[in-house]
Design a binder for this molecule. Structure first.
Ligand code: FMN
Length: 501
């Protein structure tokens, strides 16, 4: 076992050792390849980097990226000096804002969480969670598209009791929503994805575990209650042996649905995230790194996802069926032709999604695609929805139970919600998650009554008017709550000007 004293000697570019989770790694040769730049590693040279490492890396990032001979073994815990983290003025100001959060009882809707999260989250975390691709047109459209669907409620129906429980891929859910997969959960809160697991168990909804979680897959599964259903989102690795191991392990651990992400052969350009990196780095270092062929400007997200296989194609689906009996669902389908192909190939469903606007800008919203998919699958294959054997899901921009009910009326089995839950726990921890799910619960109850729908089965296509869905024009003024939260993109700025802002 190594001593902290020995590790501390390797504190330079010539010999750089770091400690992560009680193990020592020699990262000297990796310094220039680190997607986050060498500077941040050198800050922890000879020291314990766990606290810095944890939120922005999946747990196995270091072990999979460093050759085994660079794993130097465990360190004697008592001999490691604590790293003094300097509290900057910005951080002090942020801590003051955290102390000034309004009580949870004043949080009335999911937008409120976003408004608070934006003010209290660390800049890096906010940039990663809130960012979307290019001009963020799709990100905003995801939300705006719901404004082009209006209700046709029914009256004089007995709505004394309303029941919005449903089944998703045959499993009970207390509401027609699920917590969709979002990477790097610890950026917002030290417990990361476990906040979602615990809340999902408590409130009877299903969590989709991401491949790039910051907690380990097993820890997330272990945190579930007995019988709690979980799905898994899969990024397919170029090395199929790794994918096979992950998939079969997920099945062994009781995962009930495999959602294969198909909209990310390369990660989109998320400029808020990228600018944050430029701010954090010495710009000269970034240029230098670029000239060495390592483009650090793309942010941690791209770096940790470089294993994703852009060669993934329809023919691979047979192989997936041969390695697992879990239902297979494609996440990120964006037109009826691909939904039909998925049906014809015997998949269990598709998620109509553009990855929260983080991939192809000007991809249409999931809810708009849902309308055409339902139409065309009826025309081409005689299907009606909801359909037990081939289920439709959508996600993106969902912030109200009314949004969800529109999708349900159109034929979706359930709807995925991403950022609002991240903001809820980033701003308020586990209690924030409770509040977010309670808010949705009471919104469902009221809106089902007002729609004249005692159960989910009563939420039918004739209850919505979608005649404007494809027009892509939003009435002005748009949604005040959303517009107040939406943070517009910045331009590049002169150095001096920037430092004064
Ligand atoms: C911070 C963040 C990380 C995400 N990570 C993943 C991921 O690792 N895999 C994936 O398939 N989708 C990922 N998504 C997309 C979500 O699963 C989902 O499609 C999207 O968040 C829905 O939009 P919403 O955030 O407006 O609810 C991510 C989204 C966000 C916001």
């Amino acid at each position: 076992m190594l001593s902290g004293k020995e590790v501390a000697k390797h504190n330079s570019r010539d010999s750089c050792w770091i400690i992560v989770h009680g193990h020592v790694y020699d990262v000297t040769e990796f310094l220039d390849d680190h997607p986050g730049g060498s500077k941040i590693i050198l800050k922890y040279a000879g020291k314990d980097a766990t606290e810095e490492y944890d939120p922005i890396h999946p747990p196995d990032a270091i072990t999979t990226n460093l050759p085994p001979e660079k794993h130097l073994g465990p360190v004697e815990p008592d001999t490691v000096e604590r790293v003094e983290v300097e509290v900057t003025d910005e951080e002090k100001a942020r801590l003051a804002r955290i102390a000034a959060r309004p009580p949870l009882s004043t949080i009335l809707n999911l937008h409120d969480f976003e408004a608070i999260a934006r003010q209290v989250m660390a800049d890096k975390a906010w940039a990663y969670y809130s960012s979307a691709a290019d001009d963020e047109i799709t990100n905003r459209e995801n939300h705006a598209a719901y404004h082009r669907i209006w209700f046709r409620p029914r009256v004089l129906r007995d709505v004394t009791e309303v029941d919005f429980a449903t089944t998703i891929l045959g499993h009970k859910s207390s509401m027609p929503i699920y917590i969709t997969a979002t990477a790097l959960g610890k950026l917002g809160h030290p417990d990361g994805e476990l906040n979602l697991t615990r809340a999902a168990g408590k409130h009877g909804v299903i969590q989709m575990i991401p491949t790039l979680a910051s907690c380990s897959f097993d820890d997330i599964v272990d945190a579930a209650l007995p019988g709690q259903v979980q799905f898994f989102q899969l990024y397919v690795n170029k090395d199929r042996k790794i994918t096979k191991r992950i998939v079969q392990h997920a099945e062994k651990r009781g995962i009930k649905g495999l959602f294969i992400t198909v909209d990310a052969p390369q990660l989109g350009r998320r400029e808020k995230d990228m600018r944050m990196k430029f701010d954090a780095e010495d710009p000269s270092e970034v240029t230098q790194a670029g000239s060495e062929g390592v483009d650090r400007s793309q942010g941690a997200a791209r770096a940790i996802s470089s294993f994703i296989d852009p060669g993934l194609n329809w023919d691979d689906l047979k192989w997936f069926k041969s390695i697992t009996t879990m239902p297979l669902i494609l996440k990120g389908v964006q037109c009826w032709e691909d939904a039909l192909e998925a049906y014809d190939r015997g998949l269990a469903g598709v998620v109509l999604s553009n990855h929260g606007g983080r991939q192809l800008d000007f991809a249409r919203s999931g809810i708009e695609v849902l309308v055409e998919v339902v139409d065309k699958l009826k025309e081409k294959r005689g299907l009606t929805f909801p359909h037990e054997k081939f289920q439709l899901f959508c996600d993106g921009g969902v912030r109200r139970a009314t949004d969800v009910l529109k999708a349900i009326a159109l034929g979706a089995t359930a709807v995925g919600i991403g950022r609002p839950f991240l903001y809820a726990y980033s701003a308020y921890g586990p209690e924030g998650m409770d509040r977010a799910l309670e808010i949705l619960h009471s919104e469902f109850e009221m809106n089902m009554r007002l729609l004249g729908a005692p159960t989910i089965k009563h939420v039918v296509p004739s209850m919505v008017d979608t005649s404007n869905i494809h027009t892509h024009i939003v009435a002005v003024p748009t949604d005040k709550l959303y517009d107040l939260n939406y943070e517009s993109l910045q331009h590049a700025m002169l150095k001096e000007v920037k430092s004064k802002l």
